[in-house]
Design a binder for this molecule. Structure first.
Ligand code: R5P
Length: 262
């Protein structure tokens, strides 16, 4: 079976020019409901999308809130089925591969919860999704989460990333932590980082800088962009770190000048 399509889709997500990506994550509503900054997803996405290498979102928001003429690769979240009111790790699949194909997805994203109640089911769901992705030439991104009582450190995040890679994914999303290079070095597929909770802009730019310095292939960032005081300025500042190797200070200067319109 030819893997041309899969590689081509992956190259739409991770830009071959730099080997990196700025993914804009706007999928939070699938378990959080109307997250701050994403109450009207279409209004949030519209000014940002031109600066995103791809969008990570659910089919519901894609269909309702993204213009079909927008030329941006889509990484479609296909796992969920739980809310913040319940045990989050009990996720299942909520989008069939046929619908992902109809939606012209360039990638599929599914969460795994290592060390949590839903570990076995989410890992087997991931493996099944990889089989389907391979069949139709669509790469799979594993969104890694660890049990509530586990530290987000190299031991547990590294375990999670490596397991995802062993099950066959093409890309892993995890959190940045101390000694992050250990995670990258023990994971044979590209790793991107989530931004996490909103922090001051300089801190978020430092996080992105540290991650790519330590071997990440980019970011899959949401709240630190769309909850920023100036989201359009912030995504461009993040891009400068990821694609142009700007320092956090240079990127922050860019953020400030774009924010102030100078
Ligand atoms: C988390 O479950 C979602 O998949 C988000 O896409 C992910 O956490 C990245 O968003 P943020 O940068 O806001 O953490």
């Amino acid at each position: 079976m030819s893997s041309w399509g899969l590689k081509n889709r992956l190259a739409r997500i991770i830009k071959p020019q730099t080997g990196r990506t700025v993914m804009l994550a706007v999928d939070h509503g699938y378990f959080l409901g109307p997250t701050s900054g994403l109450e009207k997803p279409g209004e949030t996405i519209e000014p940002l999308v031109q600066f995103a290498d791809c969008l990570m979102l659910t089919r519901g928001v894609l269909r309702s809130s993204v213009d079909t003429a927008v030329d941006v690769p889509i990484v479609l979240r296909v796992s969920g089925g739980t809310s913040i009111l319940k045990e989050l790790s009990n996720e299942g699949r909520f989008t069939a591969i046929e619908d992902a194909i109809r939606l012209n997805a360039s990638g599929l994203a599914l969460s795994i919860f290592v060390g949590a109640e839903g570990e076995r089911e989410t890992l087997l769901n991931l493996a099944a999704l990889v089989d389907e992705g391979e069949k139709y030439g669509i790469p799979v991104l594993a969104v890694t989460a660890v049990g509530k009582e586990m530290a987000r450190d190299t031991r547990y995040l590294g375990l999670c990333c490596r397991i995802a890679a062993e099950l066959g994914v093409h890309l892993v999303k995890t959190y940045y932590c101390e000694n992050f290079e250990k995670i990258v070095n023990s994971c044979p597929v590209p790793v991107v980082i989530a931004g996490g909770k909103k922090v001051p802009e300089m801190e978020a730019l430092q996080l992105a800088f540290n991650a790519v310095r330590d071997g990440a292939s980019g970011v899959d960032m949401g709240r630190n962009i769309f909850q920023s005081e100036a989201p359009v300025a912030m995504i461009q500042a993040v891009r400068s770190v990821v694609h142009e190797r700007a320092t956090p200070e240079q990127a922050y200067d860019l953020y400030e000048s774009l924010k102030n319109g100078s």
